[in-house]
Design a protein around this ligand. Structure first.
Ligand code: CU
Length: 103
């Protein structure tokens, strides 16, 4: 009985791991969009970006504010930085998933 409980616990943790790996892989498949950082509000977890077309959101170029998926995403950037970023709709909010420096 005891070993069966342990087996189920292992099974549950394995499926959790594969779920989070799947979520990460999913983010990686989002197309990257060009942008320039306009404003960062770290306290609110928000960033304004003047962005080019965002193919996966069918959005034309504009300047707008996104939610950051987590605080790490906003670290190290400042106004005027040219970036490539991935955005998605997460629970109804337009959200920046990742940001990297434009080459
Ligand atoms: Cu937009």
């Amino acid at each position: 009985m005891k070993s069966r409980v342990r087996f189920l616990a292992v099974l549950a943790s394995l499926s959790f791991v594969s779920l989070s790996i799947h979520a990460q892989a999913h983010d990686g498949h989002l197309p990257q969009s060009d942008g320039v950082i306009k404003k960062i509000d770290a306290a609110a977890g928000k960033v304004s970006i003047a962005h080019g077309e965002i193919a996966n959101l069918k959005m034309p170029p504009m300047t707008m504010t996104f939610k950051a998926k987590n605080p790490e995403v906003l670290k190290g950037w400042k106004e005027g930085d040219k970036v490539r970023f991935r955005a998605a709709e997460v629970k109804g909010d337009l959200t920046v998933v990742s940001i990297e420096a434009a080459k």
